[in-house]
Structure formats: C-alpha cells, structure tokens
Design a protein around this ligand. Structure first.
Ligand code: SME
Length: 316
C-alpha cells in the first residue's frame, strides 16, 4: 500500500533531501505544484509569475509511517508563520503548502495544522489545498544534495541527521499487532458460520489487543443500522442511513476515519469520552451487511494503517 503527499517547504533541494531520510518514505521527486501554466521550466517558475510552488512529491508506506508523523516532520523543516519566505529564499514559489491528492487526507491535515498552531501565537500561513497540478522539475534538480553534497541548502545539516533517526515506532508496532490479530481472527473464524458469534469474538479480540474505548458492530437491518455485539460502554441502538459517522460511512460506501469527532458534522456522541473514530463497512456479495465501529478516548488514534488492516480483516 502506498500513499502520496505533496509538500511545499521552501527550496525543494533541501526539502527533498530532508524527506528522503525518513523511514517509510519510499519515493521522492521535486517539481512545481498548483500553478497556472503547463509544463513550466525552473526558469519560468523562478520569475515568480506562474503561481507554482517548489514542491516535493513523496510516496510513503502507511504501515510504516503515518500521515501525522510525516506532517510533524514537515513542520520541523519549515517556519509555518513565514509567508512566501523560507530561510533566505523569498517569493511565492517558496511558499509553504500541503497539497493532497486524496481528499480523505484533509481531516488529518486540518488536525495536524490545528495542533501545530497551538505552539504559535501567530496564525499559520501554510496553504492547504487539493493538488491541482504537479510537474516534475528538470533532472538536475532531482536528488540535488545527493549529487551536489556541497550545494546550497536553506536547512541546517542537523535536521537531516534528525530525520535519519526519526522512526514512527507507534505505526510499525500497530501494524505488527494487526498482523497477529488478523491471524488469530482467521483461526477463530475457521468453521464458524454464526454471524453473531463471529462478531462477538472479533469485537473482544480487537478490543483487548488495542485497548480501545468502544469496539463493536452495527448491522444493516431493513433500512437502518442496529447495534450488534460490542465491547465497551452502552451505545445507541439505532442509526439511520446518512446519520452520524456510521450512517455516513454507509451512505458513502467507504471507510471513514475521524481524527477529531467534534470536527465531524452530525457525529453521534454515544459517549462523551469518545474523541476519535473509525468506521469500516463490511460487504458480503457486494452489499453492506454490517459495520465495524471503533471509538478511542484519544484524538487521532486511527489512520490508514488501521484502515488497511481492518479492511483486510473484513474483506469478503
Ligand atoms: N459515533 C457513532 C455512533 C456510534 S457510537 O460511536 C458507538 C456515529 O457518529 O455514528
């Protein structure tokens, strides 16, 4: 599984070198994002009239590094309060920006930005937009600091050392736990055809493994969701199509990850202690028959690593 993100962090020579060091990033290239012309050259972008930002396209393995970890690293490499200027480099082409190709990344970006802004008394000026275009820069810009170790760089050398050592242990560990849980669930399910018994033991095993706040199932019954086997506090018993996180996941037919439930319009608060949530539709013969719903007492507990494994576990 690979995900991508486009990060503008000032001069892309240093920025690419920084991201290259981080474990879990599988590919980087530099280019120009979100501008107004087609196939721009470096020279054209340098005039600062094309609207493009120098940007690093990164690809990463979400089972090794989470989007929030990457964004934390990103913030270490920029001054998010500085408009159109990073280090000595000035101009709109050096603006900071997070451009996403996958709209489901937006809640994570908003969460990371809100967390980061708590550290400053000033508003942050990092642009957050869908990626509208990206053009790879000329070859001599790629891997610039590897090819030219004494080349210009606006970032301090210690930052590269820091990035080399940084490891998203929590995500690596989480993925290993899921791998084990998936195996255990497979053996539990062997030869068992009773859906309630399977849901009950699945909720118990996942809940115990990850110590979540609430882990359980909603079943599709006629035209609504009805509470199924679960572990955790008392929960609402009926949820309508399109309502709350569960009803929206049903309506949209996809997994929903909510880093901060207060930011989700219409979230149904069965428990005031729940702060983040993931809902995974369970499909059988092409139809949604139930959902796994998990709540955490902590913000931003779930990410693409959880999505990957839970979708695997409940695949048809
Ligand atoms: N929060 C869910 C309701 C179910 S409880 O979390 C167990 C929702 O908004 O759909």
């Amino acid at each position: 599984m690979t995900k991508s993100l486009y990060l503008a962090a000032g001069c892309f020579w240093g920025a690419e070198h920084f991201f290259k060091q981080i474990e879990g990033i599988t590919f980087t290239e530099v280019g120009f994002a979100n501008g107004n012309t087609a196939n721009p050259t470096y020279k054209e972008v340098y005039t600062d009239t094309t609207g493009f930002a120098e940007t690093v396209h990164i690809e990463y393995d979400p089972l090794k590094v989470s989007i929030l970890f990457l964004l934390e690293m990103y913030f270490k490499a920029i001054d998010p309060t500085s408009l159109n200027k990073q280090g000595e480099d000035e101009g709109t082409r050096y603006r900071t920006g997070i451009y996403y190709a996958d709209p489901t990344d937006l809640p994570f970006i908003q969460y990371a930005l809100a967390e980061e802004s708590k550290k400053y008394g000033l508003p942050l000026v990092v642009e957050v937009l869908p990626l509208s275009n990206f053009y790879r820069a000329e070859d001599y810009h790629q891997d610039y600091l590897n090819v030219n170790p004494d080349g210009y760089c606006h970032l301090p050398i210690e930052l590269f050392e820091y990035a080399r050592k940084a490891k998203d242990e929590a995500t690596v560990q989480k993925s290993q736990r899921y791998a084990l849980a998936a195996k255990q669930l497979k053996s539990i399910a062997e030869g068992e055809s009773d859906a309630i018994a399977l849901m009950a033991n699945t909720a118990a095993l996942l809940h115990e493994t990850f110590q979540w706040w609430w882990t359980g199932f909603y079943r599709v019954v006629d035209s609504e969701l009805i509470l199924g086997p679960f572990q955790g506090p008392v929960a609402c018993m009926h949820i309508a199509f399109g309502k709350g996180v569960c009803g929206t996941a049903w309506q949209e037919g996809r997994t929903l990850i909510v880093p901060d439930v207060e930011e989700f319009p219409g979230h149904i608060a069965c428990s005031a202690a729940s702060r983040s949530e993931i809902v995974v539709p369970i499909m059988r013969q092409g139809k949604m028959v139930a959902e796994l719903d998990v709540d955490s007492q902590h913000l931003a507990t779930f990410d693409h690593c959880d999505q990957y494994w839970l979708e695997q576990i409940f695949a048809e």
